[in-house]
Ligand binder design. Structure first.
Ligand code: SF4
Ligand code: SF4
Length: 137
């Protein structure tokens, strides 16, 4: 079942990338320093299943600062990064991003209903600390 969910989440990411094209993000990694940038990154249950399906290896969590997937400024899971990472673009209109984000979460909620998975929406660091361990693959 997790492969099917991962595939459906991948379709949502594809849709998302199409909404946000063209992107002027130069992947500088500045916003991946979440604490310094004033960001929190949230993930929901189906995204977490997708994440663990594609990135099963454990990651070293160094507090609530920089995203642990960012090494030397580069995202090590770029092709499989989270919805929040895809949507945020520092040079784009925030209202449009908020609208796209709401639509994305609605799609994820629909997937939760379709696969009978509880919808939960948690901070990335809490997820990495095991708060969603009951729903992972
Ligand atoms: S959204 Fe902006 S700050 Fe974040 S990686 Fe892209 S260019 Fe850098
Ligand atoms: S997953 Fe990648 S793009 Fe998203 S915050 Fe972490 S390093 Fe940045």
């Amino acid at each position: 079942m997790h492969a099917a969910i991962a595939s459906r989440v991948g379709e949502v990411y594809l849709w998302l990338d199409q909404q946000l094209w063209p992107s002027r993000c130069n992947r500088c990694g500045r916003c991946c320093d979440l604490e310094r940038f004033g960001h929190r990154l949230f993930v929901c249950t189906v995204e977490w299943i997708y994440h663990l399906y594609h990135n099963p290896q454990p990651v070293d969590i160094q507090g609530h600062g920089r995203c642990p997937y960012n090494h030397s400024g580069l995202c090590t899971i770029y092709d499989h990064r989270f919805a929040g990472c895809r949507i945020f673009q520092c040079d784009k209109d925030m209202d449009t991003q908020a609208m796209i984000y709401e639509t994305t979460l609605a799609k994820f909620k629909q997937l939760c209903i379709a696969y009978n998975i509880p919808y939960r929406y948690v901070d990335l660091f809490d997820a990495l600390n095991g708060v969603l361990s009951d729903i992972g693959p």
